[in-house]
Design a protein around this ligand. Structure first.
Ligand code: GLU
Length: 422
């Protein structure tokens, strides 16, 4: 079994040697500074009480307040949350925004809860965590299966508990209560900035470049939307129940509408000319990754490209929009096969970067136009891509290791300046 925490530790180990990282700093980075855990008990609509294990891992705050999303999923585990918090520290440092890393999670199938049960669970989670949160302590955000509405309930609960307004304590909020314009699209848009730069390096022309996207939630959809707008050909998309392959190219907007209508992507294709989606066929999530396309984009969960399927990948490049989709063993195989993987800490960093913009706007009480948000995002992603790319060339390592070298060097520098024992 692939343990994401072991994977994250292995990734740190890979760069510690090159950076000559002091043992005491390396050992600190291997585990979260703080780990909170509890069992939340919620009254269901039928009057029964149900218990949900819940966690928050605060990995490192040398570069700024802890930052990272909250995930609702039946497969959430302590080790997953710890790994995700390490990846957040690395991600914030890769793009150079002044945050540390954290991640939270609840073991729950949110699709099995009613809206009011979901609200009670979200409020209970944040109520429990309130003493450990604050706009200068730890700033949560959405992650898998959480969204702006959940952030709104959480902000409301937090502010009621502390007795003052503090919009900067959470990001990914609805715009009406202090969210940033462009936060919703940010992760996908950031990924599309990586796509253009990667395509240039690989000499791929948008028009003839085919893309398959695994996962069609907020991240996968907006990635598809911007890729399509840039002229790339999105030929496959999937959700947790399977997907579609449309060789002529699919329309992201129509696909989303169809998914919302049918409840899943798998039914969204038609043979013939009566409907808008062109001729296609249904495929599994495993098939999607092995399609004969130029770029695959895992945009759902971790550990989907492993040593078992890395040999079967036909794409020239991977853009990791999920966190941790490629295991270290798979990474080695992909390297040997010359398949370039743009790492998660770079590819999906658009989300946390606009979270940073949201936090800045909240703290100054002054809000920006969407165009400004997008422009500033491109500057940050461009700088991060260039830095990671150049280091990877200089050190003769892959792009992931390049990004990690940049990031861990920045974190270690902050730790040293603070005395080295944070
Ligand atoms: N959950 C997102 C991520 O993994 C966003 C985190 C944030 O905005 O703090 O990057």
């Amino acid at each position: 079994m692939n343990n994401p925490y072991n994977n994250a530790k292995m990734q740190l180990k890979t760069v510690a040697k090159t950076l000559n990282l002091e043992t005491h700093l390396f050992n600190q980075l291997l585990k979260p500074q703080k780990f909170h855990q509890t069992t939340l008990k919620i009254k269901l609509d039928n009057g029964k009480i149900k218990a949900f294990p819940a966690f928050r891992s605060q990995h490192n705050n040398s570069r700024g307040p802890y930052k990272g999303g909250i995930r609702y999923h039946p497969q959430v585990s302590i080790d997953e949350v710890k790994a995700l918090s390490i990846w957040m520290s690395v991600k914030c440092a890769t793009v150079g925004i002044p945050f540390g890393g954290a991640k939270g999670g609840i073991i729950v199938d949110p699709k099995a809860l009613s809206q009011s049960e979901l609200e009670r669970l979200s409020r209970a989670y944040i109520h429990w965590l309130t003493p450990h949160l604050g706009s200068w302590i730890d700033v949560p955000a959405p992650d898998v299966n959480t969204n702006a509405q959940i952030m709104a309930w959480m902000l409301d609960e937090y502010e009621k508990t502390v007795g003052h307004q503090e919009p900067g304590v959470l990001t990914g909020k609805p715009v009406a209560i202090g969210g940033s314009l462009g936060r919703e699209e940010a992760t996908g848009l950031g990924g599309s900035f990586i796509l253009t730069r990667l395509a240039k390096k690989l000499n791929l022309k948008p028009k003839t470049t085919t893309i398959a996207i695994q996962g069609f939630g907020n991240v996968g959809y907006w990635f598809a939307y911007f890729a399509d707008k840039l002229g790339f050909k999105v030929v496959a998309a999937s959700d947790s129940q399977g997907g579609i392959y449309v060789p002529e190219g699919l329309n992201p907007k129509l696909t989303l509408e169809c998914k919302q209508d049918k409840g899943k992507i798998a039914g969204c294709y038609c043979v013939g000319s009566v409907c808008d989606l062109k001729k296609g066929k249904t495929i599994t999530n495993a098939d999607l990754l092995e399609l004969n396309v130029d770029i695959i984009v895992p945009a759902a969960l971790e550990n989907v490209i492993t040593k078992d399927n890395a040999q079967k990948i036909k794409a020239k490049a991977i853009i990791e929009m999920a966190n941790g989709p490629v295991t270290p063993e798979a990474d080695t195989i992909l390297n040997q096969r010359g398949i370039l993987s743009a790492p998660d800490v770079l590819s999906n960093a658009g989300g946390v970067t606009v979270s940073y913009f949201e936090w800045v706007q909240n703290n100054q009480g002054y809000y920006w136009e969407k165009a400004e948000v997008f422009k500033k995002l491109e500057v940050i992603i461009d700088q991060a891509f260039t830095a990671a790319w150049n280091v990877s060339l200089k050190q003769k390592v892959n792009l992931r290791t390049g990004a990690y070298l940049v990031a861990v060097d920045r974190i270690a520098a902050a730790m040293r300046l603070r005395g080295g024992n944070r």
